[in-house]
Design a protein around this ligand. Structure first.
Ligand SMILES: [Zn+2]
Length: 69
């Protein structure tokens, strides 16, 4: 996580936008995003990062519901 270099592109296949965030590929995949690379880190553009956050948030809410009772 954290800052990334300029010029790095989003790892989601078919995207190609400038990346704003770097995350572990495992996490990105578990959020349902189709990252083409086999690298340990994946890069997400603004839009896909938003999508990633949305999906992980949903998972967290589900966990809360599942384990909170
Ligand atoms: Zn993207």
């Amino acid at each position: 996580m954290g800052r990334i270099d300029k010029g790095i592109k989003c790892s989601v296949s078919g995207c190609g936008q400038d990346a704003v965030r770097s995350l572990s590929t495992e996490k990105v995949r578990s959020a349902g995003l189709n990252v083409g690379s086999s690298q340990r880190r994946s890069y997400l553009c603004k839009e896909h990062y938003k999508e990633y956050k949305k999906k992980t948030k949903k998972d967290k809410q589900l966990e809360k519901w599942r384990y909170g009772h």
